[in-house]
Design a protein around this ligand. Structure first.
Ligand SMILES: [Zn+2]
Length: 274
């Protein structure tokens, strides 16, 4: 069960209560170093938030769409959920280590991404997914224990799976964020159907220029997600890593339809896992 910490009082990572010496501080989803690389007209912050649940008796998938369109420039948005000690310490080091790798990827500069660099990208991606979920607390599905595991070990928990792709569309440039939370239950489970279920599975999509990130986590034992058909050729899994090196740009690249298809992969997976 995800535990929503009181992030107005405590840091979501180290759990310290904010003090005048260690204040609550804000973290960007798209950090400041990245802003000059994100050219083009920035759209308002679109987060389509979809809830769904498989109905046990009828084996139907219920989907409750709810999307929020936010005013303002999304790249300037800060999530005030961490202490200044974490923000200026290990989180700042996470940004510094990913910067040379991600800068090339955002711009589409050809390069080789080693296994170590994939781990650095996966660490940064997990940090952003955890932080950004606090923008959608109603559909939060990353558990407090997974947040703690990430903080302690500085690597994504084993239940996290992370893919990247090379985005060459137009509609979602230069930044895009999508979060989906669902509840996966066992067949024959007696959990009553509810309008406000506890989510245990989430998918986060983040686009930074040509870099496409898709991260899925689930606390439901055995939950699997896989890509079918053409998109399976476009996505490379970086956590747990499958390839010793990834050539960038990834070929074939993703267009707008591919990008949306991957971002909405959670719902079809409900049926497979049902
Ligand atoms: Zn902290």
């Amino acid at each position: 069960m995800p535990k929503t910490p009181d992030h107005k009082q405590r840091c979501i990572f180290c759990d310290v209560i904010y003090t005048p010496e260690n204040k609550r501080s804000g973290e960007h989803i798209w950090p400041e170093w990245m802003h000059p690389l994100l050219s083009g007209k920035r759209k308002s912050h679109m987060g389509s938030k979809i809830k769904g649940r498989r109905d046990i008796q009828n084996r139907k998938v219920f989907i409750w769409p709810s999307s929020k369109k936010r005013a303002g420039d999304p790249v300037s948005k800060r999530m005030n959920v961490v202490c200044s000690g974490c923000n200026s310490g290990w989180m700042s080091r996470t940004e510094s280590s990913v910067k040379p790798i991600l800068s090339r990827m955002i711009l589409g500069t050809p390069c080789i991404i080693t296994e170590d660099e994939q781990t650095i990208l996966a660490r940064w991606s997990t940090l952003k997914a955890i932080i950004a979920e606090f923008d959608d607390t109603e559909h939060m599905a990353i558990s407090g224990s997974d947040r703690n595991m990430f903080y302690q070990k500085q690597e994504p928990p084993p239940k996290f799976k992370i893919w990247i792709g090379y985005y060459m569309g137009n509609d979602l440039l230069p930044t895009y964020y999508n979060h989906q939370g669902i509840q996966v239950t066992k067949k024959g489970s007696s959990i009553p159907f509810s309008e406000s279920p506890m989510f245990n599975t989430q998918a986060t999509t983040i686009i930074c220029g040509k870099f496409y990130l898709y991260l899925v986590s689930s606390s439901f034992e055995g939950f699997e997600i896989s890509f079918q058909g053409f998109v399976s050729l476009q996505m490379r899994r970086i956590w747990p890593a499958l390839d010793r090196v990834i050539e960038w740009p990834i070929v074939p690249e993703m267009n707008d339809d591919d990008a949306r298809l991957v971002s909405n992969s959670l719902m079809p997976s409900l049926i497979k896992n049902g």
